[in-house]
Design a protein around this ligand. Sequence first.
Ligand SMILES: [Zn+2]
Length: 360
Amino acid sequence: MASSKSFSIQCASTDRWSLSFRLLYLGRGLPSKVSIFMWRLLRRLLPFPDTLQRFGFSMPSVCPFCRRDSASLDHCLLSCASVQDVWIYFADIFALSRAVASSIRSQCHSWWLLAPARSATMFYAQLLPCLILWFLWKAYNVCLHEGTAFSPAGSIHMIKREAFLISLSHPIKKSGGNGDFLVSAGLVTGFAAPLQRTTIWVKWLHPPEGRLKLNTDAIFSDAGAAGGACVRGSRGQLIVGLCFRFEASSAMEAETLSLQLAVQWCAAFAMAPFAVEVDSLSLANLISAHDTRIPWRIEPAVSYVRSTLSLWGSSIRHIYREANHVADALATAGLGFNTSKIFILYTHCLLRLSWPYFLM
Ligand SMILES: [Zn+2]
């Protein structure tokens, strides 16, 4: 027998209700009370006379809307002449057929399959039949228990108001199709502004002529901690590549120790990089912002780096990991050594540093 998880997935994919429940559970903006109501309605668990008869209960079965026909779920919420005014009003807005479907489920599906997925029209075509049924159900109970007359105009007003409030709390983008009719019909207040897509080129940039740039990175894993660093010139040539081995208790500590050791090495060999780059945004912020509280474990390393960069007149900045490949690869390679290593030329570097990295 399949596990309970796979059994559930298989059932959901083959269940004839899957479309209904997928829309109900995944649809944004549908109030939870309406979602639960729809689940009960589509399972025919609402206390209409025809439903109660299945459980052996009998109750007056005259439709409280038209007071002529028998009250049943499909009649009172769909095919009753009195509630047809409500369905037709909204069908006209969406240019749907006025014809009454054979069942509530068929009626809902004709709405839910109306428009392209992820369009504003689709969002409201999924929402509206649920709201119509919910407010008709509320009206049914008021007419039944309070004996008042049904007002299609009153229900239409409440449905439009609910849709309008949902458009305020869940503004959606007008992607695909023409959704302007929703605004003119008073169902929607407006649409969310489309997302602005920007393209960021991630690339290691050469330092100015005659200047050096230091990149550092670290790796922290079950196999231990190691750091990598490289100093490159204005033509992108490698001046030195470094691998460090050290003990660290966190990724942040490893990143900081790698940076400290690289700066110490540069200071020892009288190299003053024009700029320092790390792919840890937290570390770059920690070094740059002097009013930030520093974790005690890395405080000495941070203070040393700050004072040395200040002495050099250098700056530190964050770069994306994709532009920090050489330091990243050196850090990874460092895990394979017992001690720190120095590489002076590209040809001395490890074979796993493939050539495209050197052209960056
Ligand atoms: Zn009726």
